[in-house]
Design a protein around this ligand. Sequence first.
Ligand code: FES
Length: 119
Amino acid sequence: MPRIYFKTVDRYVEFAEGEEVNVLRMAIREHCDVPWQCASGNCGTDRLVVEEGSENLDPPRRRERARLGDLVDEGYRLACQTYTRGDVTFSWDPDQVGLDDEPGSSDGGGSRAGWAGTG
Ligand code: FES
C-alpha cells in the first residue's frame, strides 16, 4: 500500500493502491497537523517540502506555481493543491503562516469547517 510520510509529526498515512489522493485532505483526516487556512491554493499556509517521492506527485498547476513562485524550484508544494499516487515524504515548519501573513497574526480564516469531510 502506498503511504504518505508526514515527517514533521512522524506519521504515516496509507491509501489504496491505484488511488490518487489529495495531500491536505489526508493530513486533516488523519490529524497530521499540517497548517492550513483556505484549502484553495490562495494562502500558502500549507506549503510542504517534498523530501522524497516527488515523482509520485502530480505536477504543480498554474495556481500553485503562482502562489509559491520560486519556492516550487526549492521543492515546495501546497498540500491542498497536490495529489499523490505513491510513496512520498513531506516536512514543514509547524509554526508557518500564510505567505502574506506576519507570524502570529493568522486568524485561521473562516472556511475550514467541513472542507476535509468526515466520511
Ligand atoms: S491551504 Fe491555503 S494554499 Fe493550501
